[in-house]
Ligand binder design. Structure first.
Ligand SMILES: [Zn+2]
Ligand SMILES: [Zn+2]
Length: 401
């Protein structure tokens, strides 16, 4: 079959690779109709992980079951399915408690397996014509309709970005009336904004510098904050203050509450230094959130931080060790949650919101392309919403045409 292969830093190639074969009778083989490129694929593409040449990336996968193992009971040939990016067994101590993001049996290197990702186990990615799914009954989310219908772009977001954005809002304790600051208006930041509104947020501020990305979150009803127009913390505090003064709500002393209750980091360890955006400052977003989130608030870190980063700014960063404003967080009594989303906890509910027409997350998809066009698309997506990559908001590959 044809697959997109990581050939080295900033180099993807379409190659012939062996077809996947059934390993266990609980597996299934999926013919891929949509495989999205994720912002987290860019970390591998840029050489900022332990990904090695020859790997097939792709953890955002949907398609049709081509072959179902004899031991499968729920999944049948011809089923239209979307796969959570987590590869999980459904039976271990963590899976049975709902923490499918920390499955103990699908990754020999540590808790949590995934398709086509550095250090997430031996599961080949889905940016290819076919992909093997372990524990297919547990991992396949069944979908109505037929490939290529009006829901195709919406359903592919269920593999990762929509449940991941939703999980970030849960980690940040977003609830009816809550105020939210989201750093990063990429695909996960967009879904975090959409999810915050689903959870009843009264105001959502989203920080980025890409005009295209900020316009898209504005369409959802969020307030765009361009960090190239000044310190985003001060911009948000000013807007909150004006808003609260209009309501005449503040009493003496209460101006200390002028931040937001919920903070979401949808950027991660490759955040830019605001003082000099040509450099990275891995703690920039952490520092900003510690300031802008009110005492008693909550922060969800969904943007990734790895314990091994060959391109880290210094030795500590290479080991994933950062100066974190723990004092300020402790004094303010802020809750911080971290880690990957347990997609299966949410994906059926989010699918049903899509089917009922309550949300249209597929609006984010800007490009539907053949595998052969993917190497250039990776280059453009790497520009993260700026320059020639401005309109590449979400790219979906169509390996089978
Ligand atoms: Zn992803
Ligand atoms: Zn498990």
């Amino acid at each position: 079959m044809k697959a997109l292969v990581f050939a080295g830093i900033r180099k993807m190639e379409v190659r012939e690779v062996p077809d996947p074969v059934m390993d266990q009778e609980t597996d299934a083989i999926i013919r891929v109709t949509s495989a999205a490129i994720c912002g987290s694929d860019l970390h591998m593409y840029e050489g900022r992980t332990s990904a090695t040449p020859g790997m097939v990336f792709g953890h955002e996968i949907m398609g049709v079951v081509q072959q179902a193992g004899k031991a499968t009971q729920l999944v049948k040939e011809g089923d239209r399915v979307c796969l959570p990016f987590n590869v999980s067994c459904g039976m271990c101590f963590n899976c049975t408690r709902g923490f499918v993001n920390a499955c103990l049996t699908t990754n020999p290197k540590g808790p949590g397996g995934g398709y086509g990702y550095a250090d997430l186990g031996p599961h080949r990615g889905g940016q290819a014509e076919l992909v093997r799914v372990p524990f297919a009954d547990f991992n396949c989310l069944k979908l109505p309709g037929t490939p290529g219908d009006d829901f195709e772009d919406d359903f592919i977001t269920l593999a990762d970005i929509f449940p991941t954005g939703y999980h970030s809002a849960i980690m940040a304790n977003v609830h009816p009336g809550a105020t939210v600051a989201i750093y990063g208006a990429g695909p996960v930041g967009y879904m975090a904004a959409l999810s915050s509104f689903l959870l009843g947020a009264s105001a959502v501020y989203v920080v980025d510098r890409s005009g295209t990305r900020l316009r898209m979150v504005q369409e959802l009803g969020a307030v765009p904050i361009n960090f190239e127009h000044g310190d985003p913390v001060q911009q948000i505090l000013k807007l909150r203050k004006e808003n609260q003064l209009l309501q005449g709500r503040l009493r003496p002393g209460e101006e200390k509450l002028q931040g937001v209750l919920c903070g979401i980091d949808a950027v991660g360890y490759q955040s830019l230094d605001r003082g000099d955006p040509s450099h990275e400052k891995p703690t920039q977003v952490l520092e900003d959130l510690a300031q802008v989130v009110c005492a008693t608030g909550s922060i969800g870190l969904i943007g990734v931080y790895f314990s091994g980063d060959p391109g880290g700014v210094d030795q500590k960063a290479k080991e994933g060790v950062f100066n974190y404003p723990l004092g300020m967080l402790w004094e303010k009594g802020i809750t911080v949650q971290t880690g990957q989303a347990p997609v299966k906890r949410y994906n059926a509910f989010l699918r049903d919101l899509i089917i009922q027409g309550r949300v249209k997350p597929g609006k984010l998809v800007s490009h539907r392309i053949a595998l052969e066009e993917a190497p250039q698309a990776y280059e453009r997506f790497l520009m993260r919403g700026t320059g020639e990559g401005a309109n590449f908001t979400k790219i979906v590959l169509k390996p089978n045409g």
